[in-house]
Write a protein that binds this ligand. Structure first.
Ligand SMILES: *Cc1c(COP(=O)(O)O)cnc(C)c1O
Length: 465
């Protein structure tokens, strides 16, 4: 998109609430036009992640289920017992998928949240509160692999928790267990591992973390936001998926996003606890408010019943066999794309990933490849330290012809990258995707603040008359 305010030349710009309402048909026509143009961007199958399902029939079905409950407030359960049913069954299905109840005497439980960040935040808050009441921890710390999602940093920032970032092995991309072991102290509330991580698609040694957590008597949160609804099916299909769920005795909570490979709408995720005591630690109560006794199960207040209905509908309409079938197609496409990458000696895949893979080059800046692939309509996610590109393979890549197009475009991109590198040209996507050269300094922070402010100004400011 250009620097022009979006759609200004076609639809004009609203600067205030219109006095007279517009006809519904006219509004719908305008929205349909924008939606179909924007969908064309990813329907090609050239966009990493984001559109996990990409199936308009599935979206249409979920829209219908959403619409039936969109106007309902899921907070007011006396009026909508349906919401209790949806939420209870979403949690039960997810707990079962991750083998909760594998250990006698525990009472598994969960929450449906608004996304992966929400699930992680609820888990981190639960660990903090539980450690404070059960062990008197006043200055809590949490240990995450450097590769774990920034949602942990955000939660620790919000909740006043010290975050210790464990280094990874640069070849395997997996967390250094010895480092983790030597940084646990009496104020550590929990460890974190990813199944899999967002950057490399690799799964930390959760069994090793589980042992460390057990011997220290602390929690272990497994972030399966990304892999939760696909790795269990990959395991069933015989792919090498290391154990990461409640079958490992030290795993005390798991986050798994229904809005990723659960193929539900954005705005839904699950956080699952091996035992109720942990979930209960983070409830919020205000019993002496003049407006009445207030309590909420999580951080949100009112929420639309539509999301719970549609999430439930996504799970039950596909069933295990549907998820397994989609996983088979995605794992196969991802393996074929990785073969294409591995066939070029100029490129290197990081670690041993499955459905999401990341690659770099030791011969040229990989952002040259990104520049070229962008011209061919590809949209990857960019990484740094080292510069790398990642592709989260989703259903749109399983369409006919997408893997072949990837192979052909990649081969041409390598030639382009070699020429640019030889000419000493800097890649144009580097500054935004690859971060600022020279490491994360105060300057880099300042730069990213400026980028953010500029982006938000453009997103929100209505152009001057
Ligand atoms: C997407 C993701 C998250 C955060 O999820 P949001 O839904 O974007 O809030 C956390 N962890 C991993 C591994 C993810 O891929």
């Amino acid at each position: 998109m250009s620097n022009e305010y979006p759609y200004a030349s076609r639809y004009g710009v609203l600067r205030s609430l219109p006095e007279q309402g517009r006809p519904r048909e006219e509004i719908l026509a305008e929205l349909r036009e924008m939606a179909s143009e924007e969908d064309a961007f990813w329907e090609t199958g050239k966009c990493s992640g984001t559109m996990y399902c990409g199936d308009h029939e599935h979206y249409g079905f979920m829209n219908e289920t959403f619409g039936l409950f969109a106007h309902v407030n899921a907070l007011q359960r006396d009026m909508c017992p349906s919401q209790t049913r949806f939420e209870g069954e979403i949690i039960a299905m997810a707990l079962d998928l991750f083998h909760a109840g594998a250990i006698e005497g525990t009472e598994p439980a969960g929450l449906v949240t608004s996304g992966g960040t929400g699930s992680i935040a609820h888990a981190v808050l639960a660990y903090r509160e539980h450690a404070a009441t059960s062990r008197g921890v006043e200055h809590p710390n949490l240990i995450k692999p450097e590769t774990a999602h920034p949602a942990f940093d955000k939660a620790c920032h919000l909740f006043g928790i010290e975050l210790r970032r464990a280094p990874i092995d640069p070849d395997t991309t997996l967390v250094d267990l010895d480092w983790v072991a030597s940084h646990i102290d009496e104020d550590t509330i929990a460890l974190v591992g990813s199944a899999c991580n967002y950057g490399y698609g690799t799964t930390d040694p959760i069994d090793g973390l589980s042992e460390l957590a057990r011997s220290a008597g602390i929690g272990l949160h497994v972030d399966a936001c990304l892999g939760g609804f696909i790795l269990p099916f990959g395991e069933e299909l015989g792919y090498p998926v290391p154990p990461f769920d409640f079958r490992l005795p030290g795993v005390t909570s798991i986050s798994a996003d229904t809005h990723k490979y659960g193929y539900a709408f954005k705005g839904s995720s699950t956080v699952l606890f091996r035992d109720k005591a942990l979930r209960n630690a983070q409830y919020f109560y205000l019993t002496d408010w003049s407006g009445g006794k207030y309590c909420s199960p999580g951080m949100d207040g009112s929420r639309s019943g539509g999301l719970l209905a549609a999430t439930w509908a996504s799970l039950v309409s596909l069933g295990r066999s549907g998820y397994r079938r989609y996983a088979a197609e995605i794992f196969a496409a991802a393996a074929a794309m990785q073969e294409a990458v591995a066939s070029h000696r100029e490129l290197r895949i990081l670690g041993r990933p499955t459905f999401l893979f990341s690659f770099t080059s030791d011969l040229f800046d990989i952002y040259h490849v990104n520049d070229f692939m962008r011209q061919r309509g590809w949209r990857f996610n960019g990484q740094q330290y080292p510069n790398a590109l990642h592709m989260a393979v989703t259903r749109p890549q399983t369409q006919k012809g997408v893997v072949a197009a990837f192979s052909a475009d990649l081969a041409a991109a390598i030639e382009y990258a070699k020429e640019k590198e030889a000419a000493g040209t800097a890649p144009s996507s580097g500054a935004i995707y690859g971060g600022v050269a020279g490491g994360m300094t105060a300057e880099a922070d300042q730069f990213i603040k400026m980028v953010m402010a500029d982006m938000m100004d453009r997103h929100q400011a209505v152009p001057a008359k």
